[in-house]
Design a protein around this ligand. Structure first.
Ligand code: IMP
Ligand code: MG
Length: 178
């Protein structure tokens, strides 16, 4: 796999769009104190940036959900939830890095619904609708993208590249040249 040299989404474009999403959330939760539930690890930089831009009061917690091995969605979703976090009767916003097949988010939403939140909505930085398998969509989407495997700004390939402050495409190696 090879990392694209040019950013696919620049740090500036990320800042601008996340500012817009924060305004949308400010408006939607003007009379509530939502609980931002960040899906680790990928959602963390996005959630941190959103949090800096929000003007409403809110609480933050995190949850772990994993389904990927390399660039393949495994279909089995593993959820680790800190049981001391109470989401009953809370207005929950799930903060995701990317919606791909949607299996992770669908499993997560089902799991969270069983704890009876007052409302449950999702904001995702990226959305790859062409890859969707599970019937799920986010309430707010930062960028809708084609079917690329992307890394950076929290997103990884086997734990690498999370630290990039922009988003790049990870391209498969082409045929070996002479
Ligand atoms: P899904 O269950 O297939 O929707 O996968 C969702 C999760 O897989 C995301 O929250 C990411 O953690 C990871 N993922 C999906 N697509 C990508 C990608 O292009 N780059 C890095 N991680 C990805
Ligand atoms: Mg994720």
């Amino acid at each position: 796999m090879r990392l694209s040299e040019a950013p696919f989404i620049s740090a500036t474009d990320l800042d601008v769009r996340i500012g817009e999403l924060a305004s949308d959330l400010d408006e939607a939760y003007a009379s509530a104190r939502p609980l931002m539930l960040t899906v680790l690890k990928g959602g963390k930089p996005f959630a941190d940036s959103l949090a800096r831009n929000l003007t409403i009061p809110f609480d933050t917690e995190s949850i772990r959900a994993r389904s990927y091995d390399g660039t393949e969605s495994t279909g089995t979703v593993n959820i680790e939830f800190d049981t001391t976090v109470s989401i009953k009767d809370r207005d929950v916003i799930v903060v995701e890095d990317i919606l791909d097949t949607g299996r992770t988010a669908a499993a997560l939403v089902n799991h969270l619904k069983s704890f009876s939140p007052a409302s449950l909505r999702m904001v995702t930085l990226l959305d790859k609708p062409s890859r969707r398998v599970a019937p799920i969509q986010a309430d707010w989407v930062g960028f809708t993208i084609e079917d690329h495997f992307v890394v950076g700004f929290g997103m990884d390939y086997n734990e690498a590249y999370r630290e990039l402050d922009d988003i790049r495409i990870l391209e498969p190696d082409g045929p070996l040249s002479a």
